[in-house]
Design a protein. Structure first.
Ligand code: ADP
Ligand code: MG
Length: 717
């Protein structure tokens, strides 16, 4: 949603041309201004904001705090009780790292708050050291333990409040004065405190702005005005107003998404033109004869639904849902071939390069005897390949989001498949669709979303579910293990490797910094290759070049690598049936959907597979998640459990919403509210299908801003 729209131009198309803008409307429009229009923001600072997705004033005021530190809930170390979960704030007074007898590394960071000392302890997570230098002011949250005569927390979650170095922003921020301090996802060269100051400036710039949502709607849902909501979210006056503010923002997120969906649905209905692909013919028959297995009944059913949709002259818009490993890919391939057979091109977009590459390699192998041309498009695609795609010489194109770059054009795109669709923003999916003239759309998801929720969320999609696994699969055995039990676990890994099996080791998720994530994985790989000198250890992470990634993945698939250490990037799609073990470090940091996806990487062959989750859950919610993943192998059961756990969890947290496009809204909490919001949005669009009425002008503008300008083409005004 990084609003790339430049200054002054109004993404709503047309709104800026009304000379009779009221001052309130004009203030609202300033959300679209470039950040450099703010006092004190030059091109250099703007460049540092860019990686955060901030280029406009609107991006800035909608850059919401990741969480809050409520000063009234901070415990003095001197009065912290053993066994309780608390937050303490202090300065780092000592950093110590050493190896334990079991060859683990142990990092101890001690903080002092004037009333006492407390140590944060991490095993095999040296990388925290870089952020917790002596003098750093930090908040630790976790359970207080008393060991070796000191108070400590194992694996505390923490936030750096101020670095020890002189930083004018941080000096001025008065951490000790505000009662609730917002903490932002920061990045290199931009501190949380700097952001706070800048957000304040941005809010001043749009002061007095009009509200894009009608007063009537606000009243109906009992919501506060947008300007107040934004101010309160960034600078909360107290817990109650903060709650109300977040409720308003969550509402907008839902409402505007539904308005977008309603607009698209309207357009489909009114301009119902699509491609009438014929019925499956000889190419498909031949492909099916060459498959080494029989499709499951569930695959057959899904395929029949897709083929029927594609044959109709109406645009297909279908979600294919099925567990990891249930065999969605082959169904998608059938659909791609149906497009090819009918003289159009098919394209499949995957969320990562590793996955796109693997799809391409597989698809090429499966189609090699069929005279169907397949090309891969990632960031580095050659001009020659793109020309052949534009000329229609390529039948099937597989790629990453590079497929939606401007320079990619198709001669006639008949089917667009979006793999792991929840990993793409709605805006990206729309741009992909716009690469053709009403191409059939097949969205795929391995996240089992309960049917009612799916229909609400994806409103305009039809649904096919593959609810049956190919025969011969054994459930994966899942064990949740204390990080102290490493030696047993790795002894088990060794036995599996000795039997010729392969293993995945997934490193911790470090949300705040990809760099630290990579560092952690690199250290783990080094440690394991020292511990397992007789086996080959490989390493893959997001900062490798694409060729390097490919090479590693290929060697793992080919069996030359026994143990693959990876950041979470393998999460999706990778298929190595010989891998029977997975170790996940710091598993309690992952969401349930993500863990389930990860676990689906193993147990793809006929061998028994084991997944060991290292976790030391500190909160009730984390404990419940670990228990659920251990108990449930079935994704739908797990999804239900997830809803249940989150419903009882903390009020908000953006970390693992696992749902598409929504940063603030916790949908799962209140399905009834979602339905009401949806109804309100659809009513509005029914009444004004192009949002062309004057009273809807700001809403149109805002909807388009949120969809990254990609809805422009919906508005003919
Ligand atoms: P998904 O994309 O749903 O996670 P894949 O399409 O990658 O699953 O399929 C997982 C594995 O199962 C692949 O190795 C695939 O070849 C295999 N497979 C797919 N369908 C069947 C089937 N009907 N019988 C046996 N194996 C199958
Ligand atoms: Mg898949």
């Amino acid at each position: 949603m990084a609003g790339s729209s430049g200054d002054k131009r109004s993404p709503g198309g047309g709104a800026g041309q009304h000379p009779e803008l009221t001052p309130a409307e004009a203030a609202f429009m300033r959300l679209g201004s470039a950040v450099t229009r703010l006092p004190g923001v030059g091109p250099a600072y703007a460049a540092r904001l860019a990686p955060l997705g901030i280029s406009t004033v609107g991006d800035l005021v909608y850059h919401l705090p990741r969480r809050y530190l409520d000063r009234s809930n901070v415990t003095a170390i001197g009065s912290a009780a053993v066994g309780e979960e608390v937050t303490v704030v202090g300065r780092v007074s000592d950093v110590d790292s050493r190896s334990t007898r079991t060859r683990k590394s142990m990092l101890t960071v001690t903080i002092f708050d004037g009333t006492g000392y407390l140590a944060g302890v991490w095993f095999n997570q040296e990388y925290h050291k870089d952020r917790l230098a002596i003098g750093t002011q930090v908040a630790f949250s976790g359970k207080v333990e008393f060991k070796y005569n000191v108070l400590q927390m194992t694996n505390p979650s923490y936030d750096v409040l101020a670095t020890g170095e002189a930083d004018p922003d941080e000096k001025a921020e008065g951490i000790h004065t505000g009662r609730i301090v917002p903490l932002y996802p920061a990045t290199a060269g931009v501190t949380s405190a700097g952001l706070r100051r800048l957000v304040m400036t941005a809010l001043d710039a749009v002061s007095g702005m009009a509200d894009p949502v009608h007063p009537g709607v606000l009243e109906r849902f009992g919501l506060m005005g947008i300007e107040v909501a934004l101010r309160e979210t960034h600078f909360p006056g107290g817990p109650e107003t903060l709650k109300a503010a977040r409720r308003r923002l969550a509402f907008d997120e839902l409402f505007i998404m539904q308005v977008g969906l309603a607009l698209m649905k309207k357009r489909r209905e009114t301009e119902a033109v699509g491609i009438a692909h014929g019925h499956p013919g000889e190419l498909i028959a031949e492909f099916r004869r060459s498959l080494p297995y029989k499709l499951t009944d569930a695959q057959e059913k899904a395929w029949a639904e897709i083929a029927a949709d594609m044959a109709r002259p109406v645009q297909m818009n279908r979600l294919l849902e099925g567990e990891v490993g249930s065999g969605k890919t082959v169904v998608a391939l059938l659909a791609l071939l149906l497009a090819v057979e009918n003289g159009t091109q098919g394209a499949l977009m995957a969320p990562t390069e590793v996955l796109a590459y693997q799809h391409a390699r597989r698809v090429r192998a499966m189609l090699s005897h069929l005279n169907v041309s397949v090309e891969l498009v990632t960031g580095g695609a050659s001009a020659a390949v793109l020309e052949r795609i534009a000329a229609g010489e390529v039948d099937v194109v597989i790629g990453t989001h590079a497929l939606i770059q401007e320079r990619v054009a198709f001669r006639r795109l008949g089917l667009a498949v979006i793999d792991e669709q929840h990993r793409f923003g709605l805006a990206q999916r729309i741009v992909f669709e716009a690469k053709g003239a009403n191409p059939d759309l097949l969205h795929m998801s391995a996240t089992p979303i309960p049917r009612t929720l799916a229909l609400t969320l994806f409103g305009d999609l039809d649904l096919s579910v593959i609810d049956e696994m190919p025969a011969g699969r054994q459930p994966v055995i899942t064990v949740v293990s204390d990080p102290g039990q490493r030696s047993n676990t790795f002894a088990m890994v060794r036995r599996e490797l000795e039997r010729g099996r392969q293993a995945f080791v997934i490193c911790p998720l470090v949300e705040e910094s990809k760099k630290l994530e990579v560092k952690a994985a690199t250290e783990e790989a080094e440690r394991l290759s020292a511990e397992f000198p007789e086996f080959n250890t490989g390493l893959v992470h997001g900062q490798l070049k694409s060729e390097e990634k490919r090479e590693v993945m290929q060697r793992f698939e080919g069996g030359q690598i026994d143990m693959l250490v990876s950041t979470v990037m393998v999460e999706v799609g990778v298929d190595v049936p010989n891998a029977t073990v997975m170790i996940v470090e710091d598993a309690d940091r992952f969401g349930l959907a993500q863990l389930h996806q990860l676990r689906g990487r193993i147990g793809r062959g006929s061998e028994r597979a084991i997944c060991v989750l290292f976790a030391d859950p500190q909160t009730e919610e984390a404990k419940a998640r670990m228990e659920a993943i251990r108990r449930y192998d079935d994704g739908f059961a797990l999804a239900e459990a997830d809803l249940h756990i989150r419903g009882e969890g903390q009020l908000f947290g953006t970390r693992q919403s696992g749902l598409p496009d929504l940063k603030v809204a916790r949908l799962s909490r209140n399905l009834d509210l979602v339905r009401r919001v949806r109804r309100a949005a659809f009513e509005l669009v029914d009444d004004d299908p192009g949002l062309s009425k004057k009273e809807n002008e700001l809403l149109r503008w805002e909807t388009n801003r949120r969809f990254g300008g990609s809805l422009q083409w919906l508005f003919h005004a």
